[in-house]
Design a protein around this ligand. Structure first.
Ligand code: NAP
Ligand code: ZN
Length: 349
């Protein structure tokens, strides 16, 4: 094993501290990456707080990783030392089941190995994420970044980007379609940029007065600040696709009522485990509406969204921070005070 530096939380409720961690040696299918930047996803916050249950400590989060390859194994595709690459939410899967073969490694029949808080199938040890200096990853899970321009703004595309790109593609966002994005945060602001770049009309539903101008700057033709259900209900029968990124309990029936006939509400926000939504069936049936969930995206989709963003010069709007700011950043995410993604400068380790 190789010694590495990480920043993590040793047990539930503690603050971030420097931790000594280990990475596996570079195997024949692996690459070693020097991490340059890592985004902070709200899922990191949920897992550090154990909102979903099942967090194991110590936890070193981070699944929006951008870095430079420093070593390659014998069979590491055609990746080379010096290449700029990304790693998202997954670092391994069986590679043989139907889901893996179809490019949906996040649905692996056997086991998806998550970038952190998971078990490394080769070493049997806990995986640690991108709040660190280096990482060893199976080359199948490494995304090529065809540029060295604005790399910090690319990091959030590895999760926030692909998580919104995947359902936008699946449900046909494009010219003639109207997409609503609910919650203008890390995922939401990427959804606006991506849907607009795909040619769709975009409306933002936000609870924050201060984000109205940004919504338009990011590409929305309209933004609606809502304070209650009535403010949302006024948009009845407007949207073909709703991308709902809210990380807390809320009323999905009101959102469904704003779908056009045959429209789809896609849930991507993942509140704490105890949250249950209640559904009023006629709201769905009346206009053949649908409700769907979407979990990140597979490796081919992650490569596709990176290529799409590089081609269209799309980056995340970020606030670059050092490791010493992590606790404050988490507090600010909890207080809905980030425009629109914190990204760690990993050289500050
Ligand atoms: P974020 O940056 O904190 O943004 C969430 C946005 O939702 C906020 O900016 C805010 O937007 C709105 N919001 C926050 N709290 C709210 C509340 N109590 N009621 C109503 N609106 C609220 O979070 P994120 O990184 O985008 O992640 C959003 C959610 O998606 C999290 O639950 C995360 O775990 C989940 N996620 C899921 C996947 C997946 O694969 N499905 C992947 C990544 C993340 P406004 O100020 O505009 O209202
Ligand atoms: Zn994430």
């Amino acid at each position: 094993m190789i010694k590495a530096k990480g920043f993590g939380v040793k047990s539930h409720g503690e603050t971030f501290k420097p931790l000594e961690i280990e990475r596996r040696e570079v195997g024949e299918n692996d690459v070693m990456i020097q991490i340059l930047y890592c985004g902070i996803c709200h899922s990191d916050v949920h897992q550090v707080r154990n909102d979903w249950g099942g967090s194991s400590y110590p936890i070193v989060p981070g699944h929006e990783i951008v870095g430079k390859i420093t070593a390659v194994g014998k069979y590491s595709r055609d990746l080379k030392v010096g290449d700029y690459v990304g790693v998202g939410c997954m670092v391994d899967s069986c590679g043989e089941c139907q889901s893996c073969k179809s490019g949906y490694e996040q649905q692996c029949d056997k086991e998806t190995v998550w970038t952190y808080n998971s078990v490394d199938s080769l070493t049997g040890k806990t995986t640690f994420g991108g709040y660190s200096d280096i990482i060893t990853v199976n080359s199948r899970f490494v995304i090529r970044i065809g540029t060295d321009k604005d790399l910090a703004g690319i990091a959030p595309i590895l999760c926030a980007g692909v998580t919104t790109y995947s359902p936008l593609k699946k449900f046909g966002a494009g010219p003639g379609k109207h997409v609503a994005v609910v919650g203008l945060g890390g995922l939401g602001h990427m959804a606006v940029k991506l849907a607009r770049a795909m040619g769709a009309e975009v409306t933002v539903l936000t609870s924050s007065e201060s984000k109205q101008d940004d919504a338009r700057r990011l590409g929305a033709s309209r933004s609606i600040v809502y304070h209650n259900k009535e403010d949302i209900r006024k948009s009845g029968y407007s949207f073909d696709i709703i991308v709902d990124t809210i990380p807390a309990n809320h009323d999905i029936n009101t959102l469904i009522s704003t779908l056009k006939p045959n429209g789809t509400l896609v849930l991507v926000g993942l509140p704490e485990r105890s949250v249950k939504y209640s559904l009023s069936p006629p709201i769905l049936m009346d206009s053949n509406r649908a409700i769907a969930g979407s979990n990140i995206g597979g490796i081919p989709e992650t490569q596709a969204v990176i290529d799409f963003c590089v081609k269209n010069n799309i980056r995340s709007d970020i606030e670059l921070i050092s490791f010493s700011y992590l606790d404050k950043a988490y507090e600010r995410i909890m207080n809905n005070d980030v425009k629109y993604r914190f990204v760690i400068d990993n050289s500050t380790i």
